[in-house]
Ligand binder design. Structure first.
Ligand code: ZN
Length: 296
C-alpha cells in the first residue's frame, strides 16, 4: 500500500493510492481519525488492514503541488550520518567504527514537490538523498532479524544541510534543522510492498546525476539501524529514521556545488518513489544579523 498526505481544502488528509488516483482514508473507512498518518500508525496493523481494503477503490487525481510531506509530523527524526563508505572518504573521514547519529525536529520537514527554501543565513546549502524508515509498531531492544516487524514503511527524503552551520561547531543540530529543509515523500510505501535491502538511490541536480548508489552499500543497514536506535530509545509509531547519504554530495566536490535559487534537486529510490524540489531563496531581511558561521 502507498500512503500519501494530500493538502485539501479541509487541511492535510491521509490518502492511499487506489485502483486509480488517491482515496481519502477517513472517508473510505468511515473512521474520521484516519485522516492522519500518525493516528493510523498509532492504531497499528488493524488500521492499516482497514485502509488496505480501500485500495481497490477509484480515487481522485492529485497534482504534485497538493502532496504534503508523506510523514507530516514525525514524532522524531533519528538520522544516521556517514553511513556509506564513499561518503565517509569524500569527507576526509575513515570508515566509522561506530554509528554517527543526530536528531532532526519535525519542523524541518517539507513537501515532496514544493519549494525547498534556502535559508537567508545559509550559502553552503547541500543535498543528501536518503532512504527513510517510518516506524510502525516500534519497540525497544529490537534485534536486527526482527527489525522489519517494527516498520510501517519507507519513504524518500532529502536531508538538505547547511554546511557552514553544520561545521561551525562540533554538534550538527543547527546545520540539520533549518525549518523546512527536509522534503519527505511522496508516499510511505508499506514494508510488505517493497524490499529495500538492495535498491538504487539516485540524486539528480538539474537533471545531472550527483549521487548513485545501492542501499546494500549502507554501513549500518536498515535492520541494524533499527536495532541500533532501539538500544537507547523505544522506537514509537510515527518516528522516522534517515539512513544516511551516499557519496557525491556537493560539499565534497571540487569545486564545491551549492544549491542555488532556481536549481531543481531530485532524489529517486527504486520502487519507493521520487521527490523533486525547486530551490528558492528565503527573502528574510537578515542584514546585520549577528550569528553568521565563520567560513574556513
Ligand atoms: Zn544525511
Amino acid at each position: 500500500m502507498r500512503l500519501a498526505t494530500v493538502l485539501t481544502e479541509e487541511g492535510p488528509r491521509l490518502h492511499l493510492r487506489g485502483r486509480s488516483g488517491y482515496v481519502d482514508a477517513a472517508r473510505a473507512t468511515g473512521e474520521p481519525r484516519y485522516a492522519s498518518l500518525e493516528q493510523v500508525l498509532q492504531e497499528g496493523p488493524a488500521a492499516l488492514d482497514l485502509l488496505r481494503r480501500a485500495a481497490s477503490q477509484d480515487g481522485v487525481e492529485v497534482e504534485e503541488a497538493d502532496f504534503g510531506p508523506a510523514v507530516p509530523s514525525p514524532r522524531r527524526v533519528l538520522c544516521l550520518g556517514i553511513n556509506y563508505l564513499e561518503h565517509a572518504l569524500e569527507g576526509g573521514r575513515e570508515a566509522p567504527s561506530w554509528p554517527e547519529c543526530f536528531l532532526r525536529s519535525s519542523s524541518s520537514v517539507a513537501p515532496p514537490y514544493g519549494d525547498l527554501v534556502r535559508p537567508a543565513l545559509v550559502e553552503r546549502f547541500d543535498y543528501e538523498g536518503e532512504l527513510g524508515i517510518v516506524i510502525g509498531a516500534g519497540g525497544r531492544y529490537i534485534p536486527a532479524d526482527r527489525a522489519l516487524e517494527a516498520v510501517a514503511g519507507f519513504v524518500v527524503l532529502n536531508d538538505a544541510s547547511a554546511r557552514e552551520w553544520q561545521r561551525a561547531g562540533t554538534q550538527w543540530t543547527p546545520g540539520k534543522n533549518f525549518d523546512g529543509t527536509m522534503p519527505v515523500g511522496p508516499e510511505v510505501v508499506t514494508a510488505d510492498e517493497v524490499d529495500v535491502a538492495d535498491v538504487q538511490l539516485t540524486t539528480r541536480l538539474n537533471g545531472e546525476v550527483m549521487q548513485s548508489a545501492r542501499t546494500s552499500q549502507m554501513i549500518v543497514d536498515v535492520r541494524s539501524a533499527i536495532e541500533y536506535f532501539s538500544s537507547f530509545t523505544r522506537l514509537l509509531p510515527g518516528d522516522l529514521i534517515a539512513t544516511g547519504t551516499p557519496g557525491g554530495v556537493g560539499s565534497a566536490r571540487t569545486p564545491p556545488v551549492w544549491l542555488q535559487p532556481g536549481d531543481v534537486i531530485e532524489v529517486s529510490i527504486e520502487r519507493v518513489g521520487t521527490i523533486r524540489n525547486r530551490v528558492l531563496a528565503e527573502t528574510a531581511d537578515v542584514g546585520g544579523w549577528r550569528w553568521r558561521p565563520p567560513r574556513p
